[in-house]
Design a protein around this ligand. Structure first.
Ligand code: B3K
Ligand code: ZN
Length: 878
């Protein structure tokens, strides 16, 4: 574990390295405790560098065996070596070859960075700075090298030997050993290096690119799980076609392999030609995976594949530019899923995720710009801001320039920067060049943290047929940035007439308005629309065109009208969601004063549920009330999670009671009839039925229906939803206990499925969840060393259980803090991620605030904290 040194990295300190490493030849002799790595590096000094520049290679906890220069072993006085650095001086003036031997213990690597063993499979994770845990290197993304990798292993332990690029040769070495050599012709940064060796099952297939390259596709999984790979393979092939058709990007090697491993710190990794995945995002069949799993798999397979161009062919100059590849690639995977599924439903899901994950980040102590300017630990910047807001920024570029100009810009980006380690400035420049526009004000989206707020007030002059929108923007202060500049915000809008159709205004003044988008560039705009024959309802931020919070003075009647009739489905959902949220905020603040809007909301929801002209998936989203955390975020201060829980449940009961018969009938009508298909439409029907199950099980209903659905389920989507209803609404009843026991019994040996059982119990509302979570941490299926298990149980409890984690006595905080400190001993990255659950602690009411602070301070005071955890905890407390 790297103990914190306090070092801060700053964007303005960037300078190119003094040396290049043009070729990297690696030889691995694999052993769980003593793996030998021989790295042969062809190095040359850059022309700009001083003749006597020392070569300083990065290491992280390395054990050095030997160093040779141009074939001659160096005595230790010719270099300075520590586990974290190898420094050489007095090097040849021309090119030279450095050979470095290191020894690793993959079995002891619990951080899951560098080379480690996952369930007996050797695998690597190098992004961001894991390669330096394998060998000494210029471990930075702007040092790009052509790799040749030789892997030797015992054939019995590792019959499969994989690395990046194309296979070159393989053979037997005697004594049970064998080897394989891989060569990747594309120069790449070290973070994209990968190696896998183990005994794995394979699904193979082929793909022919549009220019005729025949590509061998492979998905490697734990033996016995091959039958759960076809969906991932199908998603991969669809991604490959889509990227050719939509972005003109073709695959560029003869092989593309995906390996699923069970111990992985995040979702997946885009290593060139050898993507390594958390098995949760590969393995799926109807019995073990939910529809949410299927759609995540589709999105993540696509995301990693799309990185081949946005990330790998064009990489980042330094880690400050992370959003260059991540935001852009998220945007691409969002577009892919929108094309594969329902575009508006996908967009609403994205907005919900952005608001749930990114808004609280932007509004709390961990706020940072999409392109940060400083970091202590880069792994803590793989955030919703970099990824999701980064994607929204790319989407706004498309909204501002239009789809055609945007595509031209992307073409120019690929043409101009192929093979480069690029920057955000490079990215913006291509769009300026193809459009002739100045994007310098727009660039603030990359540089300025905080969620902008747009407030709108409207006045209609009936006599003149004029509507005036007074619009004002503000950006709240964020850590290290108290003064904010005025941003360029594109707000898509519509003026909706009484018949539900959009009305065109004859003329507009006060702002540039093009193709249904108001371009806000000043702090205040007064936008006047004239030539209106009726007073319109105003639909704002259609399609969620800008990632802002928005307030608009509007009557409840207008809002209800938009919630039913807005032609833009995203805005229609936003209108509904806004009404629900406002009601829930009021109700949670004063439980007696029932806001009289609840019956009207129940009526709208009843109508939407039964409206067969709407997609079932949309209806399911509309019926899903804002979550307790969403309501807390909107309240923003002095939060009492119990009051929110009570208010939300009361609204569910009102809606359920008002629609009891119709919901029951609909629930029966949507019963699964055909054989299972994971497509979006079928998933939408299941989603609607599952939301209805929750309503028909509320307001004093019996657990019978949920118990029936649990028993008769023909797929995991139905089964897990029924189990959640039983466990959450009927906790500790015989029905719930029996179903939980049955689930454990059926799937106890299938870790990914057991994770769902952990999650469902971790999210049981109320005080009881805590003792159950702590009991489950001793369950035989739980392991503190496995990130999926830890996230399912502890992570889900901390971020998904408002009344459990935020127990008034602070016991939830203490349990999570204990778990963080325990996890940190082996896996600092995972511990730091868990600790972000505390990020909104200052918005709590004072009692909980004090208890949360106490736990944060206890963590901060722990001796020898890792950089990862110390960075998060100190920023959270600051
Ligand atoms: N690029 C990786 C994430 C690496 C995270 C390192 N802490 C997966 C992805 O975004 O595609
Ligand atoms: Zn990515």
């Amino acid at each position: 574990m790297t103990i914190d040194t306090g070092k801060v990295y700053r964007l303005e300190d960037y300078r190119a390295s003094d040396y290049r490493i043009d070729r990297t030849t690696l030889a691995f002799r694999l052993d769980p405790d003593q793996t030998r790595v021989t790295a042969t590096l062809d190095i040359a000094r850059r022309d700009e560098a001083a003749l006597d520049a020392p070569l300083v290679l990065d290491g992280d906890g390395l054990k050095l065996i030997s160093v040779s220069l141009d074939g001659t072993q160096l005595s230790p006085d010719r270099y300075q070596a520590s586990p974290d650095e190898l420094k050489l001086e007095g090097l040849p003036k021309g090119a030279f070859t450095l050979t470095v031997e290191t020894e690793l213990a993959p079995a002891a690597n619990g951080a899951l960075m560098g080379l480690y063993l996952s369930n007996g499979v050797y695998c690597t994770q190098c992004e961001a700075e894991g390669f330096r845990r394998i060998t000494y290197f210029l471990d930075r993304p702007d040092v790009m090298s052509v790799y040749t990798v030789r892997v030797e292993a015992l054939r019995a332990a590792a019959p499969i030997l994989l690395s990046n690029g194309n296979p070159v040769e393989s053979g037997d070495l005697g004594d049970g050993w064998h080897y394989a050599v891989w060569h990747d012709p594309h120069p790449k940064p070290s973070y994209l290096f990968a190696l896998v060796a183990g005994d794995l099952g394979l699904l193979s297939d082929r793909f022919t690119t549009r220019s005729g390259r025949d590509v061998a596709l492979g998905i490697y999984v734990e033996r016995g799980k091959e039958a759960r790979t076809p969906y991932a393979m199908d998603a991969l092939k669809r991604s490959m076609i889509w990227d050719e058709e939509v972005f003109g990007c073709e695959y560029d090697l003869d092989v593309f392999n995906i390996v699923a491993v069970s111990d992985f710190n995040m979702g997946a990794m885009e290593n060139k030609g050898l993507n390594i995945f958390n098995d949760k995002y590969v393995l799926a069949d109807e019995e073990t995976a939910t529809d949410a799993d299927f759609s995540n798999i589709e999105a993540i397979i696509a995301h990693e594949y799309f990185h081949n161009w946005t990330g790998n062919r064009i990489t980042c100059r330094d880690w400050f530019q992370l959003c260059l590849k991540e935001g852009l690639t998220v945007f691409r995977d969002h577009e892919f899923s929108a094309d594969m599924r329902s575009r508006p439903v996908k967009r609403i899901a994205e907005v919900r995720i952005l608001k749930a994950l990114q808004f609280p980040e932007d509004q709390g102590p961990l706020a940072h710009p999409v392109r940060p300017r400083r970091y202590r630990e880069i792994n803590n910047f793989y955030t919703a801001t970099v990824y999701e807001k980064g994607s929204e920024v790319v989407r706004m570029i498309r909204t501002i320039l239009g789809a055609d100009v945007f595509r031209k810009g992307m073409d120019l980006y690929f043409e101009r920067h192929d093979g480069d380690a690029a920057t955000i400035e490079d990215f913006l420049k291509v769009f300026e060049d193809v459009s002739g526009r100045d994007l310098s004000q727009f660039a603030l989206w990359y540089h300025q943290a905080g969620t902008p707020h747009v407030s709108v007030s409207a006045a209609f002059d009936e006599a003149r047929g004029e509507l005036t929108l007074d619009i004002e923007q503000s950006v709240p202060p964020t850590p290290l940035e108290s003064r904010k500049r005025v941003m360029y915000i594109p707000i898509a809008f519509g003026l909706v007439g009484a018949n539900g159709a959009d009305i065109e205004a004859a003329a507009v003044e006060g702002a540039v308005v093009e193709n249904g988008v108001i371009h806000l560039k000043k702090r205040k705009h007064s936008v006047r629309f004239s030539g209106l024959s009726e007073r319109p309802a105003i639909s704002l931020n259609r399609g969620f065109s800008a990632p802002v919070t928005l307030s608009c003075e509007q009557s409840i009647d207008d809002r209800l009208f938009l919630a039913r009739h807005d032609s833009d489905e995203v805005a229609r959902w936003q209108a509904l969601n806004g009404l629900l949220t406002d009601h829930l905020i009021k109700a949670s603040k004063s439980q007696q004063a029932r806001s009289n809007i609840a019956p009207r909301l129940a009526e709208v929801l009843g109508d939407i549920a039964g409206d067969d002209t709407l997609e079932p998936a949309y209806r399911a989203l509309a019926l899903t009330l804002p979550g307790e955390a969403d309501i807390a975020r909107e309240i923003g201060s002095d939060i009492d999670p119990n009051a929110i829980h009570i208010a939300r449940n009361a609204l569910i009961d009102t809606i359920a009671a008002a629609n009891r018969e119709s919901f029951q009938a609909l629930y029966a009508r949507f019963e699964e009839s055909d054989s299972f298909s994971p497509d979006a439409e079928s998933a939408g029907r299941r989603a609607l039925r599952n939301v209805l199950l929750d309503y028909v099980s509320a307001a004093g209903a019996t657990p019978d229906r949920a118990a029936d659905q649990y028993r008769n389920a023909t797929n995991m989507t139905e089964r897990a939803a029924a189990l959640a209803v039983l466990a959450h609404r009927f906790a500790r009843t015989q029905a719930a206990t029996a179903a939980l026991a049955d689930f454990e019994n059926r799937y106890g040996n299938d870790p990914l499925v057991l994770d769902k059982w952990f999650q469902i119990q971790a999210t049981t509302p109320g005080e009881g969840a805590l003792s159950r979570v702590s009991e489950l941490m001793n369950h035989k299926g739980f392991s503190i060393g496995n990130p999926n298990r830890v996230r399912s149980l502890v992570g889900t409890f901390a971020s998904g259980n408002q009344t459990g984690f935020h127990r008034a006595d602070g016991a939830g905080y203490a349990l999570v803090a204990d778990a963080i400190l325990d996890v940190e001993k082996r896996n600092p990255q995972l511990a730091a991620r868990l600790a972000t659950a505390f990020r909104s602690w200052r918005s709590l009411e004072t009692g909980r605030q004090a208890l949360a602070r106490k736990e944060l301070e206890r963590i901060a005071a722990t001796h020898n904290l890792s950089t990862d955890l110390k960075d998060i905890v100190e920023r959270t407390l600051a």
